[in-house]
Ligand binder design. Structure first.
Ligand SMILES: O=C(O)CCC(=O)C(=O)O
Length: 266
């Protein structure tokens, strides 16, 4: 994590990395995603499924997507934020399809949803730690006015419960009328956004009629938290390095992949 990235992540609770993926990586990942989207549910390989815009375990559908979970532009950041003990707990492909009914998602965060103790955010020894982070690689462009991700910068450090009356009762549904304090993050294809789940965030409805929004939603926790969450059919498709990434491990264990800055699939 660079000094600039660490400062911004600590200040805002999120990081927007422009141009994190190469054009070829975006092209291959987009093609694979579209194949998942276009495949009827009954023809999907075992373990996959669709839940509205969520394409379950999408990161495992193709190596072009799986690679993004360990991409060199985010790997040092994931390692720092999890104190060198990362575990991927889910990897959904999310697609906002033009013309399909899409609704805004209210502002929320782990603290709002499950209580103040549901997520940790801390700075120790000059490094940032969070026990629930989400990495969003963007595979298509989001332009101002399109919709998409909202955030309340700095809210990850708030010591008070958010009064429900604030920010239009938490329901923000017009990109052109954002309440003061709320920003709409509009990444281009190939950008990556990283948030801590301590950050208050939401989503504007997707408005373009001719373009979709394709993102991966990759969730990471420390390796000693939570339960393993992938069915065997999905695990069988993954490279050994990704298997290590999704595996639980003890507080004192160090995964081999953590010793690498660039993880290559064997
Ligand atoms: O759609 C997005 O940009 C964010 C999704 C999100 O916040 C979530 O899945 O909890």
């Amino acid at each position: 994590m660079t000094d600039e990235q660490r400062y911004q992540f600590d200040l805002w609770g999120y990081l927007h990395i422009p141009g994190a993926l190469s054009e070829q990586e975006v092209e291959e990942a987009r093609e694979a995603s579209q194949r998942y989207v276009d495949t009827p549910v009954e023809d999907l390989p075992p373990g996959f499924g669709k839940d509205g815009k969520r394409h379950v375990h999408g990161f495992a559908f193709d190596k072009a997507l799986e690679r993004l979970a360990l991409h060199p532009s985010v790997w040092p950041i994931v390692k720092e934020l999890t104190k060198g003990r990362p575990r991927l707990s889910s990897g959904t492909l999310q697609v906002n399809i033009p013309g399909e009914h899409d609704v805004a998602q209210r502002l929320h965060c782990a603290k709002d949803d499950w209580g103040w103790d549901a997520v940790q955010y801390a700075v120790r020894d000059g490094r940032v730690f969070s026990d629930h982070i989400v990495v969003f690689p963007y595979l298509t462009d989001v332009n101002p006015g399109d919709g998409g991700l909202l955030a309340v910068p700095g809210s990850h450090k708030s010591m008070f419960e958010r009064p429900r009356s604030l920010f239009n009762e938490g329901l923000v549904d017009d990109a052109n009328q954002l309440p003061a304090g709320v920003v709409n993050i509009t990444p281009k294809a190939g950008d990556v956004v990283i948030i801590t789940e301590a950050l208050t965030h939401g989503v504007l409805a997707w408005t373009p009629k001719d373009r979709n929004r394709l993102i991966l939603v990759l969730r990471y926790h420390p390796q000693y938290q939570g339960n393993e969450s992938f069915p065997d059919e999905i695990k069988e498709r993954l490279s050994p390095e990704t298997i290590e990434l999704i595996s639980k491990a003890g507080y004192g264990d160090e995964k081999e992949i953590v010793r690498e800055d660039v993880v290559r699939f064997s």
